[in-house]
Design a protein around this ligand. Structure first.
Ligand SMILES: O=C(CO)COP(=O)(O)O
Length: 134
């Protein structure tokens, strides 16, 4: 499965903690991330990650484009609900595309845990039936 990992600045420590805790699940999958988040995951967990642009520079939109191409299976996006983001429209657009294309999306650690445990149990296997371009 192709999984996107994204965190706003004040949530990056939480995401690193989460990725470290679930490394044994995540290492079996194809990971992508926005720029700064991806670099921290690489540096601090050793997992291979394909990095896109930083969020404010278009990274959310690049990941959204993969959703529209049916090339993304799950989004884990630890948003900061208490800080205004300069690229809020991009964040909203990414979340909207998850809803347009029925892509599992977690915006906090509680839901992310459920999604990864569901992934491990095969609950997301229906994505394998999707018509994939990549
Ligand atoms: O801003 C982000 C998501 O909207 C995350 O971008 P970075 O991973 O580059 O900090």
């Amino acid at each position: 499965m192709k999984i996107a990992l994204i965190a706003h600045d004040r949530k990056k420590d939480d995401l690193i903690q989460f990725v470290t805790a679930y490394k044994t699940i995540l290492e079996d999958h194809d990971l992508v991330a926005t720029g700064t988040t991806g670099q921290r995951i690489i540096d601090e967990t050793g997992l291979p990650v394909t990095r896109f642009q930083s969020g404010p520079l278009g990274g959310d939109q690049q990941i959204g484009a993969l959703i529209a191409d049916n090339a993304m299976d799950m989004i884990i996006f630890f948003r900061d609900p208490l800080t205004a983001q300069p690229h809020e429209p991009d964040v909203t657009a990414l979340i909207r595309l998850c809803d347009v294309y029925q892509i599992p999306l977690a915006t906090n650690m509680g839901t992310a845990e459920v999604l990864l445990k569901g992934l491990q149990e095969g609950f997301i296997d229906w994505r394998l039936l999707a018509d994939r371009r990549k």
